[in-house]
Design a protein around this ligand. Structure first.
Ligand code: SAM
Length: 376
């Protein structure tokens, strides 16, 4: 007969097993989404071709380059797919006991690909341009550089790599900001919860070899606002820097999971650097409290980004949207001191530089310090 302790242990084990099964299922769904990229993207090209084929002959004659352009789009998608296969093949050590058969047959457990997953894969391709191409340097200079300069100003670099200061980058995306901070001699951890991003980050950070060795077409899914058709199929190379050439004593890691759940140790980090991250929260106040809790007394929070609350217009999702002035008041109320603040730092996020539509954010950029003595 099972005792209460046995039952509790069994319940705990089964909830861990349930969690692992769910996590594995999610991983397989994401791999399946990656593997379906080509079919999904080609369907969109087919739609353009069908529309063209329905045109009257006199209109077709006026557009002699239309179908040749679609051929270039198809071949650009093929090139992206080659990279995607490299990315997914490199994920084999991310999860043990991964059942690849399920990936090739979605009817076995794996749920169908959603357009939401596919949009995220398209975003990941653009994020490669932002983080790991020379094309993205301008964008990185507008948002990573101010943060890096501020980290250096607040926490002097220790070139001997001894007793490194600990810097956390939540919502690290494909990891370039965290990588650059680690390269300078800080112990730096990027944290990310999107499996789509994590698989791609794992590839570029751990499996890529050499400089500019992979080609991709990050803007190929943008059919509108192109000044010339070549802009849609513009190729870029990644990575613009060798990810294997970190100094031997560098201390760089990526941690998978929700920022609010992964970090529980209070007073641990010397600095937390958030870039285009704080508006990803359902409740931004939870992020603020977590940042305050896990910073060491005297530690710094450096933030740059807009307030494009991610869940603001998502049906059925909770979302707290507050203005910067309200956010600022709460930051002070929690006990932080604002050391540095700008409210007009112009920057972009995965912006196609040649597009006729340009999104540009007037970001807030600030540095706060947690007090040495807890006043809360
Ligand atoms: C807008 S992107 C910014 C990425 C990167 N910081 C940059 O500037 O390019 C926000 C990132 O935060 C991640 N993210 C959102 N909520 C998160 C959470 N609760 N924990 C960890 N990562 C999260 C998303 O998956 C996404 O990669």
């Amino acid at each position: 007969m099972a005792t209460t302790t046995d039952r509790k242990t069994n319940e705990k084990t089964s909830s861990i097993e349930d969690e692992e099964a769910l996590e594995r299922e999610h991983f397989l769904r994401i791999l399946y989404a990656y593997k379906n990229y080509r079919i999904y993207a080609m369907e969109r090209v087919n739609r353009s071709e069908k529309s063209f084929n329905k045109l009257p002959d006199k209109h077709k004659k006026l557009l002699p380059a239309y179908l040749p352009t679609l051929s270039k789009v198809r071949s650009a998608i093929d090139t992206n797919y080659e990279l995607i296969l490299r990315i997914t093949n490199s994920s084999d050590q991310m999860f043990v006991n991964k059942d690849m058969e399920n990936v090739s047959d979605p009817r076995k457990k794996v749920k169908a690909v959603t357009s939401h997953d596919m949009e995220k894969i398209y975003t990941t391709l653009k994020q490669f341009a932002r983080d790991w191409s020379s094309e993205g340097k301008h964008e990185r200079d507008s948002c990573y550089k101010p943060i890096i300069d501020e980290v250096i100003a607040r926490l002097p670099i220790n070139e001997s790599f001894q007793e490194q200061k600990k810097v956390l980058v939540p919502g690290a995306g494909l990891g370039r900001l965290a990588f650059e901070i680690a390269r300078l001699g800080y112990e730096c951890q990027g944290n990310e919860f999107s499996m789509i991003m994590l698989i791609a980050a794992n590839f570029i950070l751990n499996r890529s070899a050499g400089i500019n060795v992979y080609t991709l077409h990050p803007w190929v899914h943008q059919y509108i606002n192109n000044k010339c058709s070549e802009d849609q199929v513009k190729a870029i190379q990644i990575p613009d820097i060798s990810t294997q050439n970190l100094p031997v004593n560098a201390n760089f890691s990526m941690a998978a999971g929700d920022f609010l759940e992964v970090y529980t140790e209070p007073d641990y980090w010397d600095c937390i650097a958030t870039c285009y991250f704080i508006d990803t929260a359902h409740n931004i106040l939870e992020y603020l409290e977590k940042i305050y809790e896990i910073l060491k007394p005297g530690g710094y929070w450096i933030n740059l980004g807009p307030l494009l609350y991610h869940f603001a217009d998502m049906h059925g999702e909770e979302s707290i949207e507050i203005s910067y002035s309200e956010l600022r008041r709460v930051i002070l109320e929690l006990g932080f001191t604002i050391l540095n603040e700008k409210t007009d730092v112009s920057s972009t996020y995965t912006q196609n530089p040649r597009s006729m539509l340009q999104y540009r954010y007037d970001c807030v950029f600030f540095t706060c310090q947690k007090p040495f003595v807890d006043t809360s």
